[in-house]
Ligand binder design. Structure first.
Ligand SMILES: [Fe+2]
Length: 174
């Protein structure tokens, strides 16, 4: 699919319906897997427990980010597509929203890198199978997250900002 030229509401549908859903699904598997690894190998202040805590912090941030996009940011973009005169007359909201979402992308990607580093340094030998499973699921989650960030930063946000500028012309704002 050529997302640069697809209708913008289809792009949003793809992001929420496919990418966000994939991320939530995989994150749930990671949590479950980390819990299993921690039950078997962990203990207070163990590397397993610290990795689980790092993941929980990452997930809390990402969950909030996904919710904010789905409930506030994407509806704002969709409202521009409706060409409602009231919405077009208030164009200032989109760019700051996109910049904030891009900054949050950097933050969650950095946090996930921390989780990956922790998973790569399995603290027991031979590596516990539960730990190998965690590492593989986290790798998969990183792929999903990078894919959606590429689509949002590279396709949706620039196109939404361009839409705002079209809507912001004096004629359109009247
Ligand atoms: Fe996002």
């Amino acid at each position: 699919m050529d997302w640069q030229h697809a209708p913008l509401d289809h792009v949003i549908d793809e992001i929420v319906g496919i990418h966000h859903a994939r991320i939530r699904e995989t994150a749930a598997l990671v949590r479950c897997s980390l819990r299993n690894a921690n039950d078997r190998w962990g203990g207070p202040a163990s590397p397993f427990e610290r990795t689980r805590d790092t993941f929980e912090t990452f997930w809390s941030d990402l969950d909030t980010h996904l919710f904010h996009e789905a409930s506030r940011v994407f509806p704002a973009v969709r409202s521009f597509l409706d060409e409602s005169p009231q919405v077009v007359a208030t164009p200032a909201a989109i760019l700051p929203m996109m910049l904030r979402m891009e900054a949050e992308h950097e933050d969650v990607l950095a946090r996930l890198r921390q989780v990956r580093v922790a998973c790569a340094a399995c603290p027991v030998a031979p590596p516990a199978p539960e730990w190998a499973e965690c590492a593989e699921l986290v790798r998969r989650l990183a792929d999903h997250l990078e894919a959606v960030v590429t689509m949002e930063n590279g396709v949706l946000f620039p196109r939404a900002i361009a839409l705002e500028h079209v809507g912001a012309t004096p004629d359109a704002a009247l």
